[in-house]
Write a protein that binds this ligand. Structure first.
Ligand code: E9O
Length: 605
């Protein structure tokens, strides 16, 4: 039910929403925007309400079960009520929300869960946005406003991920932290299990103990251990390798964690474990001591009808396409993706640059920084045990030419390292570029490289472990001049390395194309232009690779995706190498040829 600022005053959460006004049938998980024919729903800014009546069995109460409500995510700001009472709230659209509801349920009877969500973005939210109020009564109706934001993908809203109710015993596994290492041919797993206790009625639980069973990927017993903390060493371990770097990529053991108390309560959790190490220095990223070259894509959670809603069929399709391409990685541009997607990445051996929702940030003050740090901590908390996650990205394209960015990124990166010392931290940059010649006297000719913006004006790079840069030569600059790509790309990325002495990679490059639109010689928006732009980039990447510090390339974007309406976005952002319905453009075939060749290169070298 859409709300024009009345819901809280009228206490819509106190009873089923249908008693407060007309309700819309809605699917969960899904974005609400593109499901119906209602333009107001598609373009809604502000509060929207969901509710659901449900039953829980009374046996859960007699069995003294602890009951938890979990939403994979709700976008952006959410307040959750249970049986008319406020339960919890969460800010931020892409990370899970959990609440213990044991004592708030009525067992064997009807319960009501109500979720109010608000998609408004402001300079204080991550990501940021601005509400533009139009006060001219001769041009706009009273109270007219619009939402704008500093990124190009649609700010889809809704309950995007599954909502579960699950039970545990009253003594339960609260968290598990896994780190892995290799020692010669042996694999080393270090674990730390924390447990909790919810008092349900009189409890006698005293001592709580933990025991571990390690199973291989076929479920066969490998070894066992006692204690809530410890280290397990496995001789001749099977390591977690990325796709096309081993016969058996994505190998995972299962650590069967058991926590039990004196009352005989037993909580079991099968924790997946991929054994691998990461390393990085001033030129190289390594996995299991082998140098890594990332061949991948920037992606989005985006599809027809469901918007950003989790779709199991789509997840399988996208991984099938990634493997068809020969990709070994992607970046979760520009927010944390669904856990179902991360599970597939672990299993298929696809490496992830795990990005926070901080896209296009500016105005770096302390309040924003504290919020940003909390988001990084939530993200690390959720994804810390995933072998696929090889790097944290604290954000994309910040306005890091603002001087305040220096201390801001130093502190956000440091806090991320504290939360997880085992992975490198990056931020995707696009400022401080080598701007090709000033507005030239002669716009009809291509211009070559002239530095006119020193990179010192970029304040985030110095805090990062790996430098990722988005660059669109011959698309956003020198449009139509494909011949300058190689020179400009080689110049720019060599400079980034020279200046910071760190590994560098290109995290976005590309061009829009309309499938079926052909022009030879290549012309902007044709499939030929997109493909040729990529080939010119490959020439630069190969030269950079030979210099020894260029660690990867990611095309922008895997698939065409939805954007707000605009005169530069014909039916959305068309930089996909696949269409939005996941059919290949010419570009996908070109990339496939390259990625499989690169995979063979890395295998044989
Ligand atoms: C972020 C990504 O989400 N990088 C953008 C991508 C794009 O296609 C967007 O989808 O626009 C590219 C940023 C390039 C900046 C160049 C600015 C030139 C303005 C005319």
């Amino acid at each position: 039910m859409l709300d024009a600022e009345k819901g809280f005053r009228e206490e819509w959460y106190a009873q089923p929403l249908s008693k407060s006004g007309p309700v819309i049938s809605m699917a969960v998980p899904s974005s609400y925007n593109d499901i119906t024919q209602d333009k107001d729903l598609r373009d809604h800014i502000g509060w929207a309400w969901y509710d659901r009546l449900f039953y829980v069995p009374s046996r859960w109460q007699t069995d003294k079960q602890r009951v938890v409500l979990r939403l994979g995510s709700a976008h952006y700001n959410s307040i959750i009520y249970l049986n008319g009472h406020s339960l919890t709230s969460h800010e931020g659209g892409h990370l899970p929300i959990m609440a213990d509801i044991t004592t708030k349920l009525v067992y064997g009877k009807e319960n009501l869960v109500t979720v109010a969500i608000n998609n408004t973005l402001t300079p204080e939210t991550i990501p940021q946005g601005t509400i533009v109020k139009h006060n001219d009564p001769s041009r706009y109706p009273p109270g007219y406003f619009a939402q704008s934001y500093n990124f190009d993908f649609t700010n889809y809203a809704g309950i995007h991920r599954p909502v579960y109710i699950y039970t545990t015993p009253q003594t339960f596994i609260d968290d598990i932290l896994i780190t892995t290492d290799i020692n010669g041919a042996n694999g080393v797993i270090t674990y730390n299990v924390t447990h909790g206790n919810t008092m349900i009625g009189p409890s006698r639980s005293g001592e709580v103990g933990c025991s571990m069973k390690l199973l291989d990927n076929e479920g066969d017993h490998v070894t066992s251990a006692m204690g809530c903390q410890g280290t397990i060493e496995i001789s001749n371990a099977s390591l977690w390798w990325p796709y096309l770097m081993s016969e058996n990529p994505g190998y995972m053991y299962t650590l069967l964690v058991a926590v039990s108390d004196a009352d005989g309560n037993l909580d079991l959790y099968p924790q997946k474990v991929g054994i691998r190490t990461l390393g990085w220095n001033s030129t190289t990223l390594t996995i299991n001591n082998k140098p890594l070259y990332l061949r991948g894509c920037g992606k989005h959670e985006d599809a027809d009808i469901r918007g950003k809603g989790v779709d199991y069929a789509l997840i399988v399709k996208d991984f099938s396409l990634l493997k068809w391409l020969g990709a070994n990685s992607f970046r979760t541009s520009h927010y944390p993706y669904a856990e179902e997607i991360m599970d597939m990445a672990d299993k298929e051996g696809i490496m992830i640059i795990d990005e926070s929702p901080a896209v296009g940030l500016s105005g770096f003050d302390e309040a924003l920084m504290n919020k940003h740090i909390s988001v990084m901590q939530e993200l690390v908390q959720r994804d810390k045990n995933r072998p696929s996650v090889i790097m944290w990205s604290v954000g994309n394209e910040p306005k890091s030419n603002e001087a305040a960015a220096l201390n801001y990124f130093r502190d956000v990166v440091a806090a991320t390292h504290t939360a997880d010392p085992t992975r490198p931290v990056t931020c995707v940059l696009n400022l401080g570029k080598v701007v090709s010649a000033t507005k030239s006297a002669d716009p009809s000719r291509p211009v070559t490289c002239v530095l006119n913006k020193p990179k010192e004006k970029e304040y985030a790079a110095s805090s990062l472990d790996v430098i990722l840069v988005n660059r669109y030569y011959s698309w956003y600059g020198d449009t139509g001049h494909l011949e300058v790509i190689k020179m400009q790309t080689v110049t720019e990325f060599s400079e980034w390395h020279l200046l910071h002495n760190k590994p560098v990679m290109i995290s976005e490059y590309g061009a829009g194309s309309l499938p079926g639109y052909h022009m030879d010689p290549a012309w902007t928006w044709s499939e030929e232009y997109q493909a040729e732009l990529m080939i010119r980039n490959f020439e630069a990447f190969d030269e950079l690779r030979s210099k020894g510090y260029f660690v990867g390339e990611m095309i922008w974007n895997f698939a065409d995706f939805s954007t707000p309406q605009g005169h530069t976005r014909p039916g959305g952002n068309r930089k996909g190498i696949f269409t939005r319905s996941r059919q290949p453009k010419m570009a996908a075939h070109v990339l496939r040829y390259r990625y499989h060749n690169l995979a063979n290169d890395t295998l044989t070298n």
